[in-house]
Design a protein. Structure first.
Length: 293
């Protein structure tokens, strides 16, 4: 069966370009923010619009990142098979895709409420800015984290635009440090490349041992902010059980990653972090529902 073609290239190539499977990282946090704001399950209309908005902004950010990183991806053996590098998708097509996805995001935000609409352009700019941070600061990992951290804030504001609750703010910091940690782990794959091309990843600038320590501390901070989120939201006991599970998974992830042995990097990066996201959402929902029972 021939691949499905779109104006932006084959559908399969687009999914590979934006790593559609990584949506599992951010979407559960957006839903969690919405559930916390609603004190229960939000309306289906809100959840659908929130989902469309999250997919739109994430697709825009990933495609924009691929354009900005093309000069490096073309030189990096790890990224030679990316669609923009191989020519499966052209730069012009990718710019068009960015434009369409940004419009999808803006229209979804407009459907949610006026505040979300007003914040849509700043959110797009913030997400796009990550793509250049690795050129000048090791905080690039935490900028990516803050970009994903906007998900629970967006979920809360989608339901309650009149106020931004402390649980969503605490969850923002949890996601920021959680993402920063696993992005540092992921950067071990490009340790030599980043040094040669003067890119500011934490491993390349500070060395593997310091990078492992920074990532480990970030996971500890993540656990603390998750605990505080449950306390601020008044979540019932299931949340605290889930918090223990998540903290254990983060510890396991730290033990799996070794700078000189990256065989477990995909399990640590995708599998375990995907579990963390989904389990976190389940914990929030149970914590809210048991509170209401």
């Amino acid at each position: 069966m021939p691949p499905i073609q779109t104006p932006f290239g084959s559908f399969t190539a687009i999914c590979r370009m934006i790593r559609i499977e990584h949506s599992v990282f951010a979407l559960p946090y957006a839903y969690a923010g919405a559930v916390l704001a609603a004190g229960g399950m939000p309306s289906w209309g809100t959840l659908i619009a929130l989902t469309v908005a999250m997919i739109g902004v994430r697709s825009f950010a990933m495609a924009f990142n691929r354009i900005m990183d093309l000069p490096f991806d073309s030189e990096n053996p790890r990224t030679w098979d990316r669609p923009l590098v191989t020519g499966e998708i052209s730069v012009k097509q990718t710019w068009s895709f960015c434009g369409i996805m940004s419009l999808v995001f803006i229209f979804a935000c407009a459907f949610l409420n006026q505040l979300c609409l007003y914040l849509s352009i700043p959110a797009l700019l913030f997400a796009a800015a990550y793509s250049v941070t690795k050129r000048f600061t090791t905080l690039c990992h935490y900028w990516l984290g803050a970009t994903l951290g906007l998900a629970p804030l967006a979920g809360w504001l989608a339901v309650s635009p009149d106020s931004l609750g402390m649980p969503a703010i605490l969850l923002f910091f949890a996601v920021t440090f959680w993402t920063g940690a696993f992005d540092i782990y992921y950067a071990f794959q490009d340790y030599d490349f980043d040094q040669v091309f003067n890119l500011y990843s934490v491993p390349a600038v500070y060395g593997p041992d310091a990078a492992m320590a920074i990532a480990g501390v970030s996971h500890v901070v993540t656990s603390i902010f998750l605990l505080l989120t449950g306390y601020a939201a008044g979540l019932a006991w299931p949340w605290y059980f889930v918090w223990l599970v998540i903290s254990g998974v983060l510890f396991w992830e730290h033990k799996l990653v070794k700078p000189d042995d990256l065989r477990n990097i995909n399990m640590a990066f995708f599998t375990l972090n995907g579990v963390v996201s989904i389990v976190m959402l389940i914990g929030v929902i149970l914590g809210v529902l048991f509170n209401a029972a």
